[in-house]
Design a binder for this molecule. Structure first.
Ligand code: ZN
Length: 355
């Protein structure tokens, strides 16, 4: 099979396309013929070595992917206890599937209480397990989910992490309700473009920021009510206060870090919540504690969506109520170019590999 992998950390050019043996599914596994894989920022970090996560070389990236079941392994001995077997029993060879990006352990205190998003013992495809930058990958059957006929492989590969993360940030961690006002930072990113749509669907008033007029126009087309260019208006909290008649927003989705993080806190209303879910723009930030406690603000961290949340957003995508925004589809062989594009930030939505 063809695989785009890397034998050492480095620039996008370390990603090379080679031939390797197609894996065989073991007990409790399926072989998936990958058709499309989403490129995520975590892929860039793992390739470059900045994620500080130990990996083995050659390494196959690809956290979210979709395809068809090429073969099923033998059923797992004693399945029915231990790790929950969540896959519908009807799945068989040839079926279209999307693969959950994460494999919770099924045993820890979080997994057994239904909060598998908090599990720290499971693994991620493309990091702990070989991912979707390949024509074939073996996966535990518990990670298989039927892919609705209305959703293309490339759409599916662009949906799970962007919409799942946005759902977890806005709905679960941020408790967003209809009628509230939300500020969504960097609306041109995959997660930002997903969050604009989701917040709109939830009945919120959406203020979106981006770093270019073109990206702001795209955010407006996705449903943002108010637009702010954070490059030309670094004191964007003044615009937010003007838009909200001096009140501030109920919720901020912040995933950039650096000065955007600090300035975002000044956008909140009394008792407002900021959910932080990324920090590529600066990981250590100063902020003024005094207005933070006097205004009784809340700062909430966020990371993974649960498997149940991933399935909820995939239902909304199958219904056409959320639409993944795909900037460019590259062939698997051009993974290095796909990474270079993501690093350039000169894209809107998601970058996808067609396998
Ligand atoms: Zn667990």
């Amino acid at each position: 099979m063809k695989v785009s992998w890397f034998h050492e950390h480095g620039s996008p050019d370390v990603l090379i396309c080679e031939e390797t043996q197609t894996p065989a599914p073991g007990p409790g596994e399926a072989l998936v013929r990958v058709r499309a894989t989403g490129v995520n920022h975590v892929d860039i970090d793992v390739r470059a070595g900045t994620s500080r996560v130990p990996i083995r070389f050659p390494h196959i990236l690809g956290r979210e992917f979709a395809g068809e079941i090429a073969a099923m392994g033998q059923p797992l001995e004693g399945s029915g206890c231990g790790r929950p077997s969540r896959q519908p029993v009807t799945l068989r060879e040839g079926d279209r599937v999307w693969v959950s990006c994460r494999l919770p352990c099924g045993h820890c205190e979080f997994c057994i209480s239904g909060r598998d998003n908090l599990c720290e013992k499971g693994g991620y495809f493309g990091m702990d397990l070989p991912g979707g930058y390949a024509q074939y990958v073996t996966v535990p059957v518990s990670t298989l989910n039927p892919l609705a006929a209305a959703v293309g492989f490339e759409q599916a590969a662009a949906s799970q992490i962007a919409f799942g993360t946005a759902w977890h940030v806005l709905i679960t961690r941020g408790a967003l309700r209809a009628g509230q006002t939300v500020l969504i930072q960097a609306a041109g990113s995959g997660i930002g473009s997903a969050a604009v749509q989701l917040a709109r669907l939830a009945g919120a008033t959406v203020i979106a920021t981006a770093g270019s007029a073109d990206k702001l126009e795209r955010a407006r087309q996705l449903g943002a009510h108010h637009l702010i260019n954070y490059r030309t208006e670094p004191k964007f909290s003044e615009q937010v206060m003007a838009i909200t008649a001096g009140r501030g927003v109920d919720l901020v989705m912040e995933h950039v870090g650096g000065s955007l993080f600090t300035e975002s806190l000044a956008c909140l209303c009394i008792d407002g919540t900021m959910v932080t879910v990324g920090g590529h723009g600066g990981e250590v930030v100063p902020f003024d504690i005094i207005p933070f406690f006097r205004r009784q603000l809340k700062l909430v961290g966020s990371k993974n969506a649960s498997i149940a949340e991933l399935r909820e957003v995939m239902v909304l995508i199958a219904q056409g109520r959320l639409v993944p925004v795909i900037d460019t589809v590259f062939p698997l062989e051009a993974a290095a170019r796909a990474h270079a594009l993501v690093e350039s930030r000169a894209f809107f939505g998601k970058v996808v590999l067609s396998c």
